[in-house]
Ligand binder design. Structure first.
Ligand code: FMN
Length: 177
């Protein structure tokens, strides 16, 4: 059946920045970089990520992370059943991301260089003592972006063939100070 026709909105509506979306999730995700970590206490790696999604899917809260093939962290996310996302306060984040976002665990001990103390929560999630929040996820889906599916062709310019693998993680733990 034809539905009630749509009309112009009342003056109560205004165009706003999506960062004002109630709950502030976009504002938070766009400014609050995180460390993505995977592995065990003795054999893990972590790197800075800024592209993430958080939401609700398949009747559970989820996080989606995107990792390019050349990242050392990628092997750890692939090899392990889960990953974690750790958020730092303003007093530590610059120091941490300067190392974890620009240097590779292939070459250096990132935690030592960033003066960050890795910790492992019961359940196995890797976090950092200096941080303020850690989300622990169980991988439930992974796939690689396929350039033929980019409906906005300009997205392809962000790549040099190194399409992200994305991981949907069920949030199974949350730790905060
Ligand atoms: C702000 C920021 C955000 C980043 N976000 C991502 C991301 O979402 N996915 C990704 O693959 N790399 C991302 N990177 C790049 C990695 O953090 C960087 O290449 C890192 O050195 C990889 O370390 P690894 O080789 O030890 O894994 C980001 C870097 C910065 C500085």
């Amino acid at each position: 059946m034809r539905q009630t026709a749509a009309i112009k909105p009342s003056s109560a509506w205004r165009e706003a920045d999506i960062k004002e979306f109630e709950g502030g999730i976009i504002a938070r995700m766009s400014k609050d970089w995180a460390l993505l970590a995977a592995g065990s206490a003795e054999d893990y790696n972590a790197m800075t990520v800024s592209w993430r999604l958080m939401g609700y899917l398949w009747e559970r809260p989820v996080v989606v992370c995107f990792v390019r093939p050349q990242r050392f962290t990628r092997n750890f996310v692939d090899k392990n059943d889960g990953f974690s996302l750790t958020f730092f306060g303003k007093e530590t984040k610059t120091r941490v991301h300067k190392v974890f976002g620009f240097e590779s665990g292939k070459d250096i001990d990132k935690a030592a260089k960033a003066k960050a103390q890795p910790i492992v929560f019961d359940g196995g999630a890797i976090g950092f003592e200096e941080a303020k929040e850690t989300i622990s996820c169980r991988k439930i889906y992974a796939d690689d972006f396929n350039s033929k599916n980019f409906l906005d062709r300009s997205i392809d310019k962000l790549y040099d063939g190194d399409y992200h693998r994305f991981y949907i993680g069920e949030i199974v733990g949350f730790y905060k100070k």
